[in-house]
Structure formats: C-alpha cells, structure tokens
Design a protein around this ligand. Structure first.
Ligand SMILES: NC(=O)c1ccc[n+]([C@@H]2O[C@H](COP(=O)([O-])OP(=O)(O)OC[C@H]3O[C@@H](n4cnc5c(N)ncnc54)[C@H](OP(=O)(O)O)[C@@H]3O)[C@@H](O)[C@H]2O)c1
Length: 228
C-alpha cells in the first residue's frame, strides 16, 4: 500500500487518479480529512483517510503505525506536503518566513519519514518519493527560505537513500517546475503553461518510482523540467 502525505492539495488528486486504478491501495493523510474523503468519493476510490498534522511527531507515528496495522505492510510514502508564498529580496527577507518554510517543508518530511521508515524497511521494497522544485538547486534570491527548506528536504532524502542501500528500499526526488494541474488548466484555459510541469507527468514519475521497475534507482533526482 502507498501512503500519500498532503494528498488533498494541488498535485494529490492527479497522483491518486494515477495510482488507484493501477490497483494500489492508498492511505491519504492531511490536516483536514474532509477533502481527502471528498477526493476518494469523487474518484470512486477506496482509500484510508486520516487527519494528521505532520508537525506533530506523535501524530505522524500514529498515522504510520495505524496504516501498517490496517494494511499489514507499507510499500511507499509519497510526500506531497507543500506550500509557497512570495518573499522579499534576500537582504530584507523575513526570517520568520524561514521558520514557517522550515516547519512546512522539512520538519513535516522528517516526521513522516521517521515514522514510516521502519515499516518501509520491513516491506523489503519500501519507497520514499519527494517532489522538489528546481529552486532547491538553483535558487532565486526572492525565494531563499523556500529554496533552502526544499534543499534540506532533498538532502534528507539522499541521506535516507543511504540508510536504505542494500535493504530493497529506495528514496528519490522528482524535480519539477511550477506544477500545472487539470483544474488549473480548466480555470485558466487561455493561460500559457508551457514552462510548467504537468501534474500528470509527475504522477507518472511517482508511479514509476513506486514500482518494481525502479528497484535499482536510489538517491536520484528525476528531473521533469527544462523542455520549454
Ligand atoms: N505546486 C507547485 O508548483 C510545486 C512546485 C515544486 C514543488 N512542489 C512540491 O510538490 C508537492 C505537492 O505540491 P502541492 O502544490 O500539491 O502542495 P500543496 O497543495 O501546497 O500542499 C499539499 C497539502 O499539504 C498539506 N499540509 C500542509 N501542512 C501540513 C501538515 N502540517 N501536516 C499534514 N499535511 C499538511 C495541506 O493539506 P491540509 O491543509 O489539509 O493539511 C495541503 O493540501 C509539495 O511537496 C511541494 O513542495 C510544488
């Protein structure tokens, strides 16, 4: 089974739509359970939905242990918790922003991966997938805190990949541009999304990284940007 953290956001529905018909059993987590239930109902998908604030390490552990108990095993954690807001130029940027990006983008990921790690190791084919912006490796100065927090999450993933080496588990990163979802295209049919990364392509990459076909890929960045 595949646990998706932050499944109710922009990218989550497309990932769920890609994984569920392929037969994956899904556990969806987010602070607010209502959109997760609505998503599962809309897609006609049987999914385990839970309200979990991943800023709370005990809540993260309770989610991971509960899912493992209900499903018998956990094969993957796909971390989609996100958020972005504009910041000022670097010399004026609020360091309160850094604290907020830190909590949202790296601390939730640390709690989720620590909570799921033993279950992913027990599975013998566990997977962790992080979605990360190009900003993490090539930051612009008005996004310093955002980029630094995502860079920390990338480094955490590479360290996790090192932990997983030789165990059958893997941890990888999908590097993307700004994401365009089917809902965004519907809302703005005239907008040019040429430089964006389609959610459908990201969902395909997630499905691949979670599959046995990617068993040898560990500690890698799969980059879906730069075509436009
Ligand atoms: N959107 C982009 O253009 C873009 C670009 C590059 C990379 N990414 C990355 O791609 C991933 C998916 O992006 P997205 O745009 O789909 O993300 P998003 O919509 O901004 O956030 C996804 C979900 O995270 C959940 N969340 C926030 N804080 C949480 C917490 N403390 N505990 C549990 N859940 C929490 C929120 O649900 P609740 O409010 O219900 O908790 C939200 O629905 C993220 O990791 C993001 O950093 C996105």
């Amino acid at each position: 089974m595949i646990a998706i953290a932050g499944a109710g956001g922009n990218l989550g529905p497309t990932v769920v739509r890609r994984l569920a018909p392929a037969g994956a059993r899904l556990a969806l987590g987010g602070r607010d359970k209502a959109p997760l239930e609505a998503l599962a109902a809309e897609l006609g998908v049987q999914a385990d939905t839970v309200s979990v604030d991943l800023l709370d390490p005990n809540a993260a552990r309770a989610w991971a242990d509960g899912v493992a108990e209900r499903f018998g095993h956990v094969d993957a954690l796909v971390h989609l918790v996100g958020g972005w807001w504009p910041s000022a130029a670097i010399e004026e940027a609020s360091l309160e922003d850094w604290g907020r990006f830190h909590d949202l983008l790296i601390r939730t990921y640390q709690h989720a991966t620590q909570a799921f790690a033993r279950h992913l190791l027990a599975s013998g084919r566990g997977r962790v997938v992080l979605i990360s912006p190009g900003q993490a490796q090539a930051p612009t100065h008005t996004n310093a805190s955002y980029a630094a927090a995502k860079a920390a999450a990338e480094t955490w993933t590479l360290a996790l990949a090192d932990r997983f080496r030789g165990t059958g588990a893997t941890a990888n990163i999908v590097v993307v541009g700004a994401i365009v979802t089917p809902a965004m295209r519907e809302e703005s049919p005239d907008k040019d999304f040429a430089t964006f990364t389609p959610a459908e392509e990201i969902a395909e990459a997630v499905a691949y990284l979670c599959s046995d076909a990617a068993a040898s890929m560990n500690g890698q960045r799969l980059t879906l940007r730069g075509a436009a």
